[in-house]
Each structure stands twice: as structure tokens, then as C-alpha cells.
Design a protein around this ligand. Sequence first.
Ligand SMILES: [Zn+2]
Length: 335
Amino acid sequence: MNFGYREVCLEHDTGDRHPESPDRLRAVRRALKDSHGVKYDSPNDADLDLVRTVHDADYVEEFREYCADGGGHWDADTVAVEATWDAALASAGAAVWAAEAAGPEVPNRQTPFALGRPPGHHAVGDDAMGFCFINNAGVGAQAALESGADSVAIFDWDVHHGNGTQDIFYDRGDVFYASIHEDGLFPGTGTTDETGVGDGEGANVNVVYQPGADTADYLAAIDEIIAPAIADFDPDLLLISAGFDAHEHDPISRMQVSTEGYGVMTRRMIELAEDRGAGLGFVLEGGYGLDTLSDSIKMVNEVFDGYQPVEPDDDVSEEAREVLDTLASQAVGSK
Ligand SMILES: [Zn+2]
């Protein structure tokens, strides 16, 4: 894969013991050193006018000044230093790069993966939250639309709900958003009945699983609900909001997705994008175990390099089955 990365993303210093630390990117880069087919690009900063198409101008200015004044605790979890502004523009720029580098004609081995931080999916139009300042995937989607794509689908497999991304595109018909997330975790949004409003009606899908959902449950959500909905939507670009905190050994969630599971989900995304003639790109979100994060990204890269991941042989859990049946009946009811 081609990874979009800049050193400035390490300068966003969240202090000791913050789970969203620069060590995350260091660990990933170390792990990818021995992997086949890894290339790096150095994306430009995101254009400020583009950032202002998904965030309020007043908020962007407030965030810029906050960093210029030395930063601090924006809220209990969301920390900025002076360099956070530069890191955030680089991180959003990497997502723009991924969105623009993706295309149906791009060979699998050159699929772009934006390896930036701070992450983005909790940032709403007018506020930072949950470690996020600029909604990277949102800015990337907007860039693709402005470069000629008619529509973009964002699939968010981070263990948390991407409330920011949902919020930004909730009333829009040109960006589809789907998420699988753990019930009871931050930020508490993303119920199954949130399906979009106005032009965005039907272009928002939330699969809310109980703690303990595993790879088989995630695959069932993709195969039965999310992939068919995205295929129906028929986007020109499929962006993955790729957090790896649903991993079975991630310290902050109770989900049970295996490293191999991220490989199988990646395989599904390749098939879906090929089937619809859509471009495919990845944007890093969360993932807080240094080993599990780097092993999982290594796995994603290996799948693009030709590795065939092993399908799980266990059945969908009863709890997951109930959620999927509810979503299926909702979809039928809306037609
Ligand atoms: Zn997360």
C-alpha cells in the first residue's frame, strides 16, 4: 500500500499516559518496515477553504488561535499543543491525499492509507471532541466530491461511533455513512434508527453491537447490511474510517475482532469497491494497543499485497443476529 505520512503528526503531544500518543504512529511505522509493498508519500496540508466546507469558519479560527496560544485541554480528553494545528492540517491533508489518490484503476498494491493523527471521526462541524479536531475522512470525502466524484461512502469500523462524520453529512445525499460500534462507549450516539434526514434519508447506517462482538459478527454486519447498502448507493469512492480499537486485545474496548478479522474485512472492502467500480482509500482513526494497532495495519497491507485471510468458522451470536434482523426489517420498511 501507499501510506501518507508526515513527521509533523508526531508533534501533536497529548502528554503522558494519553492513549492517543505519537507512539501509535511510531509503532505502525516500525512494524511496516519489514513488510512487503510498503511505500510512503508525503501529502500536503489540507487546504483551509476545503476544511471550512465541513467545519464552521468560526470553529476553525478558534482552534487555530487555541493552538497559537499554546493549546491546553479543549475538554477532558481532547488535548492540544501549539503544534497540534500543523499536525491536524497534515492529518486532514493525508485524508485528502488518500481520497484523491484512490480510483477504480489504481492497482491493489497502490491503495492509499492516510497514516495521520490527530484522528478525525468525532470532530463535528463546530467543535473538537474525543481526541479529534478536524474530521479527516469528512474533509477527504469533500475533496473527492470537489474533484469530480458524484458520491462517496464512508465505512467506519472504529469501535466508537463516528458522531462527527454522521453529523456533518446527516442531511446530505452525496455522502453515505455506515458505522459498526460498541454500545455504551463514547460518545453514546449512533442508534440504529438514525438513518439520515432530507436528502440524506437512507444514507446513514448504524450497527450497534453489545460488548463481545467478534469477527463473525462484524462480517455478518458487512455482508448483510453495510455492503448491500453501499452497493445500492453506488459510490465513486469508498473511504474506510479505519480504527483498530475493536481488536480483541485493544485496551479500551471489549470487542473481539482478531487481527485476521481485519484482513477479512479488508478483503470484503476490496470486493465491494471492485464490484461497484469505486476507488478505495483508508484513513486512520483510533486503535490504542501499540502491538494490535501495528499488527492490524500490517495485516491490511498484506491483504493488498495478495495475502488471502482466513474466514472465521464460528456463527453469528444471538445478540448480533437480533441487531441485524432489526436493521433488515427497517430497510424493508423504508422501501
Ligand atoms: Zn475509536
